[in-house]
Every structure is written in structure tokens, then in C-alpha cells.
Design a protein around this ligand. Structure first.
Ligand code: DAV
Length: 376
């Protein structure tokens, strides 16, 4: 019997992983969900279409190098089959002029034990992205009799899924922070919406970030769908564009998490981790003051690392402060140049999706640990 799919967290020894591809990637036209995500001063605003070929080639070279390093260490690597992303998405509920990419599989695929869930994503331009992973999931299904293949309820992404005129060019950073701290986001609660990268898996506990890409209804879905797991809503005040948990709150091994110092976990939630023997340390400062050109993400991709096992982590090559901190925290660091891939959807964690890590579903927190702090 072939066992292919198994992963319960982001730190047990990595055996098999999917690494994205940048081919045919587009900058999508503005739509309700992306207008909130793209910073107002970004040159991406107002321009859309295929990304320059030269940038695609550079990103692919760094992705291929990541594959090489992983394979040299004995990790099996699979790659998606990109679609021709420069084509419209037309459904009964909306039309948008292009799709996006198959670079960050982490946003699309969520592995929970022997199951891979295709996420219910909130961007219209990402509506068909899961199709790039279908050849892989079909193969896992054929070869691994225990693989559970599922898809969250497909959102319709009609106008009812977004707040209208939520976005306002004039809004100040302070107002934006007030809004996100008050959990007021562009998405409504009409239907279930989530990106897989908003879900942090720690064995029996799932920590899900409520932000621009994931709503509360998604958490209710997770709670009902996984009655044996515990689902916790988390929110990190201080992030003006909260999207995905993996440049904010990143576990390195059981008992150790690095937290973005500009987006600290609120004290009451932090206390729960500490009571259960977890240390939460501020992540090191990024080495850069600006993201690379045409990049959606912040400079905090510095902490978006790929943990290979409890002692080994891949960190972006120029992120010297983060590397030094990892070293002090007892991790062996493998530096890999990856900034050319950032504009395509993120860092080393975003660019990968777990297929198999050793280990089972562990319980890292006592049953009563969360008390009132469990927000769902
Ligand atoms: O800080 O811009 C990026 C996360 C991408 N998966 C940030 C979050």
C-alpha cells in the first residue's frame, strides 16, 4: 500500500512537497477582493496582464533551484501544471479579465492529515487556480488508497460577497489599522471564504486568521467539518493588510513560534500558548525596506520560511537578520535566493504545499487551554 499524503503541521520532517511554477502568471485586474490587498501606492494598481517574461524566467530559475536543494536532501517534489492564466473567468455571478498564477500552492491546498482540501478562495481571479494541481491530486488519489480529496463549498463570489465602496483611496493608515483591528474586512459573511495559507496547523489545533481573505463563516465550516480538531480564530492587530498567517505567526518546532513584531498576537491568546509551554519570540527585522517591484506582499516575507525538520529551515538568502536569529534559536539555516519569486505570490512557505511530513496528529495544548480565548 502506498502512503502519499500525511501532514499535520509545518515542522515535522518534510518528505514530499509541491513547489509552484511562475509560467504564464498575470497581474489580475482590480476586483473587490484585490483592491483591498494591493497597497494604494503600489505600481500594480491600474496595470494588469501577463507579467514580463524576463521576471517569469527569473522566478522559475529560483523555484527550480529550490526544487534541486529539496531533492538533494531527499525530499520528493511535485510541480503543478500551470494554465494559460491570461484568460477571463466567466461565471453566472461575475466576470473578470484574467486569472493569476500557480506560484503559491500554499494558498490553494490545505493538507490536514491524509486529506488535501482545495480552498474556497475569495479572489475572483483565483477561481480556477486549483485546476493547476488536479493532475497531482488525481495521481495521489489513484496511488494512495487513504488519500481523502476534498473541496470546500465553492463560493459564488457575487457582489454580495464583498462590501461595496469598502475601499477608499483617502483612508489613512491609522483608519485602516482601526478597521482591521475591529475585524472589519472587505469580505462579507454571505458565504464561506478562505485561503489555505490563513490556516496554521498545529496537530489537533487549527489557528485561522480572520482577515482580508478568510471570513468567520469559514471558521464555522472548519469547526463542523473537523469535529475532532479545535478551531481557533486569531487576529493580529497591527497589520493593515491582513492576508495569510505565514508572514505573521510561524512555528519552527514544537514549542517555538516566531511572531511578526508589528503584528503581535494579543496578550490573552499569547498567555494560552505560554501556559502550554510554547515560547513566542519576535521575528528578526527584515533585511529590506521595500518588497521587490510588482510584489503584493510586505517585507515580512523575511520570516516566510520553509521548515524541513525540527532543526533545519530554509530562509531567503539575503535575509541575514532572520538567518542569524534562526541560528541563535538552534536551527541550521539553508539560505536560498528567492526574492525573484516574491512578486508571484510570496516566499518559501507560500511557494510550497505539504504533501507528506513524518508524524501524527499531536495534541500540543491541553483540552481546556483556550477557555474563553477560543473565539469561534
Ligand atoms: O506580509 O504581505 C504575505 C503572505 C503571503 N502568503 C505579507 C503577507
Amino acid at each position: 500500500m502506498t502512503k502519499i499524503v500525511n501532514s499535520w503541521n509545518d515542522f515535522d520532517p518534510l518528505k514530499h512537497v509541491i513547489v509552484g511554477r511562475a509560467d504564464h502568471s498575470c497581474i489580475p485586474p482590480e476586483e473587490p477582493a484585490t483592491s483591498e490587498k494591493v497597497p494604494i501606492d503600489s505600481p500594480m494598481r491600474g496595470s494588469w496582464g501577463p507579467r514580463p517574461l524576463e521576471t517569469v524566467e527569473k522566478a522559475n530559475a529560483q523555484l527550480d533551484n529550490l526544487v534541486k536543494i529539496l531533492e538533494e536532501r531527499g525530499v520528493k517534489v511535485d510541480r503543478p501544471t500551470p494554465l494559460q492564466w491570461n484568460a477571463p473567468v466567466n461565471t453566472p455571478d461575475f466576470r473578470t479579465e484574467s486569472m493569476m498564477t500557480a506560484m503559491p500552492p500554499r494558498d490553494v491546498l490545505l493538507t490536514i492529515g491524509n486529506e488535501i482540501v482545495e480552498a474556497a478562495m475569495s479572489f475572483r481571479c483565483r477561481y480556477w487556480e486549483y485546476l493547476a494541481y488536479r493532475p497531482l491530486l488525481e495521481r495521489y488519489f489513484d496511488e494512495d488508497p487513504e488519500f481523502l480529496w476534498s473541496q470546500a463549498p465553492r463560493p459564488r463570489l457575487s457582489d454580495a460577497s464583498y462590501k461595496h465602496n469598502y475601499y477608499d483611496e483617502q483612508i489613512s493608515l491609522e483608519e485602516r489599522l482601526e478597521r482591521t483591528a475591529a475585524k472589519d474586512f472587505v469580505t462579507t459573511e454571505k458565504e464561506i471564504l478562505f485561503d489555505a495559507a490563513d490556516v496554521l496547523r498545529l496537530g489537533k489545533d487549527l489557528f485561522i486568521q480572520h482577515g482580508l481573505t478568510t471570513n468567520r463563516k469559514a471558521m464555522e465550516w472548519f469547526k463542523r467539518r473537523y469535529p475532532d480538531l479545535r478551531v481557533h480564530a486569531v487576529n493580529f492587530p497591527g497589520d493593515p493588510y491582513p492576508i495569510h498567517i505565514d508572514a505573521t505567526f510561524v512555528p519552527l518546532r514544537p514549542g517555538l513560534i516566531i511572531n511578526n513584531p508589528h503584528r503581535r498576537l494579543p496578550d490573552d491568546q499569547r498567555a494560552v500558548f505560554e501556559k502550554n509551554g510554547w515560547e513566542i519570540v519576535d521575528a528578526a527585522q527584515p533585511a529590506h525596506t521595500e518588497p521587490p517591484p510588482l510584489c503584493y506582499s510586505s517585507v515580512w516575507l523575511s520570516m516566510n520560511c520553509l521548515v524541513l525538520d525540527h532543526k533545519t529551515v530554509i530562509v531567503e538568502g539575503s535575509e541575514v537578520h532572520q538567518q542569524e536569529q534562526m541560528d541563535k534559536l538552534g536551527m541550521n539555516v539553508i539560505p536560498i535566493d528567492f526574492r525573484d519569486a516574491y512578486p508571484f505570490g510570496g516566499g518559501l512557505h507560500c511557494a510550497t504545499a505539504d504533501v507528506n511530513r513524518e508524524g501524527d496528529c499531536e495534541e500540543y495544548f491541553t483540552d481546556t487551554a483556550f477557555g474563553d480565548v477560543t473565539l469561534v
